[in-house]
Ligand binder design. Structure first.
Ligand code: AMP
Length: 211
C-alpha cells in the first residue's frame, strides 16, 4: 500500500520518509527532490522549474504529474509520497494515476506543527552539496562535519529565507490544506504530532500505519 506524507514545509516529512524507507520496504519519492534533480541536470525544463521554485510557488499540476509519473512507473515497492499532492487537483490525479497502475493509496498522514516553529526551523536549516552534485540536508543523520569531511558545500535553499518561508506557508494554507478534507472524505486521513523528537514522531507514524 502506498502512503502520502503531508504537512507544512519543515514539518519533517523528508526525515520521517527516510526513516520509513529504512525500517519498512518503502520507496520514498520527494517531488521537491525530483524537481531539484531536474534543475541540476541543466535542462530547459529545469530552468523553467527553478524560476517557480525559487519564488516559493507551485509547479503547474499537469507538469508535476508528468514528471512524477515517470518516477512511479519504475517502482515496484510501496511508495511514500512526500510533497505530493499539494493541491486537491493533484490528489484526484494521484488517485487516478495509482488506479491506472494497479496501485492503491492506504493512508494520507499529516505531520502537524505550529507556524512559529516552522518559520524558525526552515530559516535555520542548511543543505550540503556533495562533489557528485547530490544534496543532503544537514540534520541528525548528516552533520556539518560529515559535509565538510566529504568536501561538500554548505548552503541555504533559496526558498528557505524568512520571506519565502512565509509565502510558502500562505501557499500551503490556500492550496494544500484543502486536501485534508479530500482525504477525510476518502477515509484515509490521519494526523501525527510533529512537535516532538523525530523518533517519537516515527513511533506515532508506525502506530498509524499498523491501525
Ligand atoms: P519541497 O522540497 O517539498 O519543499 O518542495 C520545494 C518546492 O518544489 C515547492 O515549494 C514547490 O515550488 C515545488 N514542488 C514540490 N512538490 C510539488 C508539487 N507536488 N506540486 C507543485 N510544486 C511542487
Amino acid at each position: 500500500m502506498d502512503i502520502v506524507l503531508m504537512g507544512v514545509p519543515g514539518a519533517g516529512k523528508g526525515t520521517q520518509a527516510l526513516k520509513l524507507e529504512k525500517a519498512l520496504d518503502f520507496k520514498h519519492i520527494s517531488t521537491g527532490d525530483v524537481l531539484r534533480k531536474e534543475i541540476a541536470s541543466g535542462s530547459e525544463l529545469g530552468e523553467e522549474i527553478a524560476a517557480i521554485i525559487d519564488n516559493g510557488d507551485l509547479i503547474p499540476d499537469e507538469m508535476m504529474l508528468a514528471i512524477l509519473k515517470k518516477e512511479v512507473a519504475q517502482i515496484k515497492q510501496s511508495i511514500i509520497f512526500d510533497g505530493f499532492p499539494r493541491t486537491t487537483a493533484q490528489a484526484q490525479m494521484l488517485k487516478e494515476m495509482l488506479g491506472s497502475l494497479g496501485r492503491k493509496l492506504g493512508k494520507a498522514i499529516a505531520i502537524s506543527l505550529p507556524e512559529d516553529v516552522v518559520v524558525e526551523r526552515l530559516s535555520s536549516r542548511k543543505q550540503c552539496r556533495l562533489p557528485d552534485g547530490s544534496v543532503k540536508q544537514i540534520g541528525p543523520d548528516f552533520s556539518l562535519q560529515d559535509c565538510q569531511a566529504l568536501e561538500g558545500e554548505i548552503f541555504t535553499r533559496p526558498d528557505d529565507t524568512p520571506e519565502h518561508v512565509l509565502h510558502r506557508l500562505a501557499v500551503y494554507h490556500e492550496q494544500t490544506e484543502p486536501i485534508i478534507n479530500f482525504y477525510q472524505r476518502e477515509g484515509l486521513y490521519a494526523e501525527v504530532n510533529g512537535e516532538q523528537s523525530a523518533d517519537q514522531v516515527f513511533e506515532e507514524l508506525l502506530a498509524v500505519l499498523k491501525a
